[in-house]
Write a protein that binds this ligand. Structure first.
Ligand SMILES: [Zn+2]
Length: 155
């Protein structure tokens, strides 16, 4: 092996053994429900246009199953072992399921985000979701926060 800086780029396929469906495989979410795909692509834009009006609960959990109880599989752990050996320098994933983090990957880039993290739409800072009591914030009508800031940033 001549490579000195190995990285892994992962997608939905690595998590199917953990019980999370992929998108375009034979039993994929988009394969089985093309309309859900069209709705998903529009949902972020709708959220940014009207955060309160678009509803507070995403449809992702029902599409993907229960991500919070999913566990890493041998594929996720193999990448952690390669990292410990100094072979794997970084894992880049498009998955939001947090299974690389749960497996123990150290240098991880989650470019579609993570179910465990929140992102500020104004300054792009990331926060761990468990730092907030989202149910209380919803009950107190504090979510989504800073709606006026989002709207003013659009203009
Ligand atoms: Zn911010």
């Amino acid at each position: 092996m001549n490579s000195r800086y190995a990285i892994a780029l992962t997608g939905a396929g690595i998590s199917t053994e953990s019980g999370i469906p992929d998108f375009r495989g034979p039993s994929g979410i988009w394969t089985k429900n093309p309309e859900a795909e069209r709705r998903a692509y529009r949902s972020y834009e709708r959220f940014m246009e009207d955060p309160k009006g678009c509803g507070r609960k995403t449809k992702w959990p029902e599409l993907l199953g229960n991500l919070e109880t999913a566990e890493p599989n041998p594929g996720h752990y193999a990448l952690v072992e390669l990292e410990k050996l100094g072979i794997m320098k970084c894992v880049i994933t498009q998955n939001v399921d947090a299974l690389h983090e749960k497996a123990g990957t150290g240098n991880l880039l989650e470019y579609h985000g993570s179910i465990l993290k929140l992102r500020c739409t104004s300054c792009t800072s990331r926060f761990r979701q468990d730092e907030f009591n989202l149910e209380n914030l919803i009950r107190e009508n504090q979510l989504p926060p800073f709606a006026q800031v989002w709207r003013s940033n659009k203009n």
